[in-house]
Design a protein around this ligand. Structure first.
Ligand code: KIV
Length: 293
């Protein structure tokens, strides 16, 4: 267990992976996704402890139907943009589909790119026992890893859709084995997605690293939600476990409509938004012969 003092919201020192690790059993860890400079800045200003550039960007930013199509280059592009806005929270880059499954060498090389090119401070990857060797190799190279089990969207084809996991005692036992394998491999925390609270409780109590829940009830050591879901900006579907704290999608559309109406009715721009030349230059300009039309 780290002896570092856990940072409090509003503290200036950047949050580190050991800080998050040390929050086990302390005050709940608040995590949110972000995908570019603007959302990264806003997420950081919210006081979130951890900002994840999730591969959910495939859906909420790029409009894909699942997370499988987003590439390493796209993830790095967005992670680097978010890194310019995230100054205090721990910035985590999400390793996309098949960017870590082929070999430990492939996993390590791609994890490294998230730090060197994306300027993230840690990476996340999905899976348990099967990816533990990759997790260990990445951690051994000095890169903090956030695990992710339960409903792992990169396995959506195997699950037959975005379906809650861990519905039977046997399934939860296997999920616990995954969690313990990840802990053994050195993760600093584990995301538990769309699992019954009973499963989340068992796993949270069995681990010495924090669990970060999304649809895992109130028993985990922290929570994470997708930026667009919290703000009410993604309408294709809203999972049962999401609380929409705002309706910014509607607000943005109404605001842009007011702009379009103003343009159409010549109410924008006004004198206040207009640039002018110095008087003497304007006078010279008036003397310039205008071409005939
Ligand atoms: O991609 C993502 O945004 C995620 C979080 C929802 C945990 O994996």
């Amino acid at each position: 267990m780290s002896t570092q003092t856990a940072p409090k919201t509003g503290q200036e020192r950047p949050v580190t992976a050991p800080d998050i690790r040390a929050r086990k059993g302390e005050s709940p860890i608040a995590c949110i996704t972000a995908y570019d400079y603007c959302s990264g800045t806003i997420a950081d200003q919210s006081g979130a402890d951890l900002v994840l550039v999730g591969d959910s960007l495939a859906m909420v930013m790029l409009g894909h139907e699942d997370t499988l199509s987003v590439t390493m280059d796209e993830m790095l592009h967005h992670t680097r943009a978010a890194s310019r806005g995230v100054k205090r929270a721990l910035l985590v880059g999400d390793m996309p589909f098949l960017s870590y499954n082929l070999s430990t060498e492939q996993a390590l090389a791609n994890a490294g790119r998230f730090l060197s090119e994306g300027r993230a401070k840690a990476v996340k990857l999905e899976g348990g026992v099967g990816v533990a060797p990759q997790v260990k190799a990445i951690v051994d190279a000095g890169i903090p890893v956030l695990g992710h089990i339960g409903l792992t969207p990169q396995h959506v084809a195997r699950f037959g859709g975005f379906k809650a996991q861990g519905k039977t005692a046997e399934a939860v036992k296997s999920m616990l084995d995954d969690a313990l394998a990840l802990e053994e491999a050195g993760v600093f925390a584990i995301v538990l997605e769309a699992v019954p609270e009973e499963a989340a409780q068992l796993i949270t109590e069995a681990l010495s690293v924090p669990t970060i829940g999304i649809g895992a009830g109130a028993v985990t050591d922290g929570q994470i939600l997708v930026y667009h879901d919290v703000l009410g900006m993604f309408d294709r579907f809203t999972p049962k476990f999401v609380r929409r704290y705002g309706e910014l999608g509607e607000l943005c559309a109404e605001t842009l409509k007011r702009y379009c109406d103003d343009v159409r009715h010549c109410h924008f721009p006004t004198e206040k938004h207009t640039l002018h030349m110095d008087d003497d230059e304007a006078a010279k300009l008036r003397k310039i012969k205008r071409p005939k039309r």
